[in-house]
Design a binder for this molecule. Structure first.
Ligand SMILES: NC(=O)c1ccc[n+]([C@@H]2O[C@H](COP(=O)([O-])OP(=O)(O)OC[C@H]3O[C@@H](n4cnc5c(N)ncnc54)[C@H](OP(=O)(O)O)[C@@H]3O)[C@@H](O)[C@H]2O)c1
Length: 283
């Protein structure tokens, strides 16, 4: 990975931070894209210390703001000559219904729409790389929800896990549609479930669930390092060269949920995302 540049969203914590350390250990230039500057600066120092690689930096990115995504893409293009790997890792499940600054349901905005725009704005750079890779971090929870765009995009009664599952289904639908669009190029795109991992994700659960998760987490869940391993493999393993449009349950290629293969859903999500992110006009 010596000459390669890797951009990781949410590399300041959990799985993303461990992926950043492992990829930095392989010699790549690693840029973490984070919304909190203080936490990001600390993470940059931690990643440098843990990897022994000084080519680590951060750019500011709030995925729940389309303007912030545009600024981040612009800044990245100004500061870096190449982009070999984009690891779309940041995400979460929020206990209460809330909205992004652009007025979209918050977890959809963060987990899907921000990454959709970021990826599209950086595609030209990835196409210039000898072997561009995009890795979208989804979840097995994507199987919990059917794809009903109008209902899920602004649910009348909010259910944290249904909404989260919908956004993670969007990650897989986006992966498959983008893989088709990129066929014939040197850029691959895959989606991955990292496993059930003991990270800050579990600490954001409400009330009793948080307590249960913190007990179960330390006993049964994977460490962030183990959770990061399949992401690192997809970002770096030469054996995966040319593999695209696939879903991985940790290290194994797997069949994803039924709705993810529906090409009408893939097309609808793409069109709606383009409109919401104002991509055609300003992209
Ligand atoms: N943990 C699991 O068991 C599990 C299972 C399946 C899938 N996943 C997926 O794995 C990915 C990483 O999660 P994790 O477990 O490592 O949780 P985590 O420790 O909570 O990390 C989530 C990361 O996303 C960032 N983030 C959240 N909202 C953001 C926004 N609006 N803009 C920019 N960054 C934002 C967070 O930044 P802050 O530090 O600023 O909040 C943090 O860096 C997520 O996509 C999650 O859905 C996790």
């Amino acid at each position: 990975m010596q000459d390669k540049t890797v951009l990781i969203t949410g590399g300041n914590s959990g799985i993303g931070k461990e992926a950043a350390i492992a990829i930095a250990k392989q010699g790549a230039t690693v840029v973490i894209a984070c919304r909190n500057e203080i936490s990001a600066q600390q993470a940059v120092e931690d990643i440098k210390n843990a990897s022994g690689n000084t080519k680590v930096a951060f750019i500011k990115l709030d995925l729940a703001s389309l303007q912030s995504v545009r600024n981040a893409a612009k800044q990245f293009k100004q500061q870096y000559k190449r982009l070999d790997v984009l690891l779309n890792n940041a995400g979460g499940a929020w206990a209460t219904k809330q909205f992004s600054v652009d007025g979209f349901e918050y977890s959809f905005a963060t987990n899907h729409l921000g990454h959709f725009l970021l990826t599209n704005l950086l595609l030209d750079m990835l196409k210039q790389a000898p072997e561009g890779r995009i890795v979208n971090v989804s979840s097995e929870v994507h199987r919990m929800t059917r794809f009903d765009f109008e209902q899920q995009i602004n649910p009348a009664s909010y259910n944290q896990w249904k909404t989260y599952g919908f956004t993670k289904l969007c990650n897989v639908l986006f992966t498959y549609h983008l893989a088709n669009k990129l066929s014939g190029t040197n850029v691959t795109v895959n989606a991955v479930h990292p496993g059930v991992v003991n990270t800050n994700f579990m600490k954001k659960l409400p009330g009793m669930l948080k307590t249960a998760a913190s007990v179960a987490g330390s006993l049964f869940f994977l460490t962030p390092q183990k959770g990061a391993a399949p992401l690192v493999q997809l970002c770096t393993d030469p054996k995966l060269k040319g593999v695209t449009g696939k879903y991985f349950n940790r290290h194994k290629q797997a069949k994803s949920g039924q709705d993810s293969y529906n090409t009408q859903f893939q097309e609808l999500l793409w069109q709606k995302s383009e409109q919401m992110a104002d991509l055609k006009d300003n992209g």
